[in-house]
Design a protein around this ligand. Structure first.
Ligand code: BGC
Length: 464
């Protein structure tokens, strides 16, 4: 196609098109939003030790300091749909990059707790919005056969961000510099996102939805591997749906299918208890009899690295095996690991930290191969173009709200029910997640976004 285009331009004397862009470059830039998500949620764990002294934090204010970013993310995910549709994917990401930069720098100079909390809510706004916008941006740019892999880059970036935040915390703590540079460092990622997005295009689907077809065509031509056919597909699917009811349309019966899938996957991704592991792993290892705090932290970093490596495996598998086998296998394996974890705690007799680590590794591998990447991927590919941003935003909102609920109830649940029953409760959600995926989640591997749209029209819910 590139060759034909060159010939056409030669014949018509048209100006040469700008340099072709690789979808991998675009996905990598977009994924910086995921890196910020991982970094900004993970950084608090190490920073907390220093914040405690600076702001004389109590148990309650510590919980508030941890959750502030989640509260911001809930709000951010809600406004993301509107921003994404009004400004477009590209301008929204540029705006979010500015929020990340300003938020990071202001957090680092916080003179008191209230100022700090406000800054964390602002950073949270950016994270929550980016979590809905980036998957949509990448999914609308990617060719169908690579979409799974490319959107999973985003989840990889989240896991890298979590691991990096842990090492950065360790480095600044070791250098005696305390919490300010831990937060300020995120500004570097914000600048990279801003500069990278300046080089990236708007998506052809958003341009098409605004009637800017010439620009949509130019973007498709510029992206390596882009196909002429794509423009016709986008055109057809947008013109078939004249009446745009906006967000309200999401709640009408013909879109019930994707809404249930998006919201259901969002809830299950959190209710299997992933963030009790991500945020509280050192506590879990201590309770399991880790020899010292530092061996508990070391075990945590192992979990972080396994999370990253398994997400790389997911990138290789998601477009080959498909989404459903990963969801089905992953949910069962997570449920099994959680049952074993409960048993380990029921027989809390001493040298079991090694066994706990092994079980948590199985759990994290299962999560990173399934619900970790597949939720974000499907939330960005199952909704029709005209409601994609709003649908992804509602799914993301549900995910952040569920995240907050699990994170703030974990320690209380352990107090009230005991560690064993708490893990078994999450195991039950693992089984429900399996049944949900089996009955309701369609396979989207290799299908164009327009094909998926038609699927829901003919079959509002998967029934077999
Ligand atoms: C989840 C986060 C989680 C992370 C762990 C993401 O997909 O949304 O809540 O902390 O995975 O890797």
């Amino acid at each position: 196609m590139e060759f034909l285009e060159r010939e056409r331009r030669k014949a018509t004397g048209a100006a040469p098109s700008p340099r072709p862009l690789s979808v991998y470059f675009i996905a990598a830039v977009g994924s910086l939003g995921g890196l910020l998500f991982g970094y900004d949620t993970g950084v608090i764990s190490g920073a907390l030790l220093f914040l405690r002294q600076s702001f004389a934090l109590t148990a309650t204010t510590q919980e508030i300091a941890v959750s502030a970013v989640l509260a911001g993310a809930i709000i951010g995910s809600l406004i993301a749909g509107w921003l994404n549709d009004t400004l477009g994917r590209k301008k929204t990401l540029l705006l979010l990059a500015i929020i990340f930069i300003v938020g990071a720098l202001l957090t680092a100079i916080s003179p008191g707790l209230i100022f700090f909390l406000v800054c964390r809510v602002i950073v949270g706004l950016g994270i929550g919005a980016a979590a809905s916008v980036v998957p949509v941006y990448i999914s609308e740019i990617a060719p169908p056969q690579q979409r799974g892999r490319l959107v999973t880059f985003y989840q990889l970036a989240v896991t890298v961000g979590i691991a990096v935040s842990y090492w950065v915390d360790l480095a600044f703590a070791g250098a005696g510099l305390g919490w300010p540079p831990m937060f300020a460092s995120a500004a570097i990622l914000g600048v990279a996102l801003f500069l990278g997005m300046l080089l990236c295009p708007e998506t052809p689907r958003w341009l098409g939805s605004k009637g800017r077809w010439d620009e949509a065509r130019a973007v498709i031509e510029r992206i390596k591997g882009g196909q002429e056919q794509e423009l016709a597909d986008i055109h057809r699917s947008l013109s078939e749906q004249q009446q745009q009811a906006g967000v309200r349309e999401l709640f009408t019966s013909h879109l019930r299918g994707p809404l249930i899938v998006g919201v259901g996957l969002a809830i299950f991704q959190q209710f299997v208890g992933i963030n009790t592991v991500i945020y509280y792993a050192p506590t879990i290892f201590e309770r399991a009899g880790a020899a010292s705090a530092s061996s508990a932290i070391l075990s945590t970093s192992v979990v972080g690295i396994i999370n990253m490596l398994s997400t790389i495996a997911a990138i290789l598998l998601v477009d080959r095996l498909g989404r459903r086998p990963l969801l089905l296998g992953g949910s069962l394996l997570m449920a099994a690991a959680l049952v074993v974890l409960g048993i380990i705690f029921a027989h809390n007799g001493g040298h079991i930290a090694g066994l706990t680590l092994a079980t948590l590794i199985v759990y994290i591998i299962a999560f990173a191969l399934s619900f970790g990447p597949v939720f974000w991927l499907m939330s960005a590919e199952i909704f029709p173009t005209r409601v994609r941003a709003a649908g992804a935003s509602i799914s993301s909102f549900t995910n952040w709200a569920a995240n907050l609920l699990v994170s703030i109830t974990f320690l209380s649940l352990v107090e009230a029910l005991g560690t064993t029953a708490t893990f078994w409760l999450y195991a039950c959600f693992g089984v429900l997640a399996f049944l949900f995926s089996l009955r309701l989640v369609p396979e989207t591997k290799g299908k164009s976004l327009e094909y998926i749209e038609r699927y829901w029209e003919n079959r509002p819910l998967r029934t077999s």
